[in-house]
Design a protein around this ligand. Sequence first.
Ligand code: SF4
Length: 251
Amino acid sequence: MVCNFNCIYCQVDRSGPAEKGTDLFSAEPKINLSPFLQHICHELKETLDLVKTGRISSLSPFDRIPAELRHLSDIAISGDGEPTTSPYFYEVVEEVLRIKGNFPIVLITNASGLNRPKVQHAIDLMYQHNGEVWAKLDAGSDAYYREVSRTNVPLQDIVRNLILTAQRHPIIIQSCFNNIDGITPPPDEIERYSLLLKEISESGGKIRLVQIYTVARPPAESYVTPLAEKELTLIAKKVEEITDIPTEIYG
Ligand code: SF4
């Protein structure tokens, strides 16, 4: 899957020329949708069958998961790119909802496509079927956002899209903070980031939770390293000081 961001902490190497900074939303559909949808639906049905019957526990690598962790929390629409760049996003969501039964469904997104009418439509459908949006916000200032996300999508568009979506449905914000060249996120950056969260709330947007995390897998850039738990805690404290939104940290 492609992405219109090129985050310095992404676990996928996005240095190839085809994706970098491209405006993917104007891309013309290039595939015949029907076989593609049939394929993913078949795979999803098979996987859900394995889960429902418990047969998945006998297969590698799931057989190595401790018994108390063997459950399916949700079906995430995510992949290794930005799902809303797909011209087929609505159709895929519709099909997944048809198959998924009672399992929750989560859209993990960089928020850049949330203003598209068809995407909003798909999100409305998701929320009618135990769905939720988990959207990225990794900065407070334009300069830091550009350094981290390396995209030509303006930060103000991201904030606008978060407001638009959170006004319709409660969302979760996911924020990844790291050391960059050994330097922790500057305090004024964290303050500006917290103020953006406040702006979303004060615009009538409902943020159910802010998840603050750091890199856990090898990132695209070697100069990106994980924050210590105490640094993540400081960021969470600042968010809770400036907003009334609950936070969780993942170190
Ligand atoms: S938005 Fe997600 S998939 Fe895209 S580059 Fe950033 S971390 Fe990677």
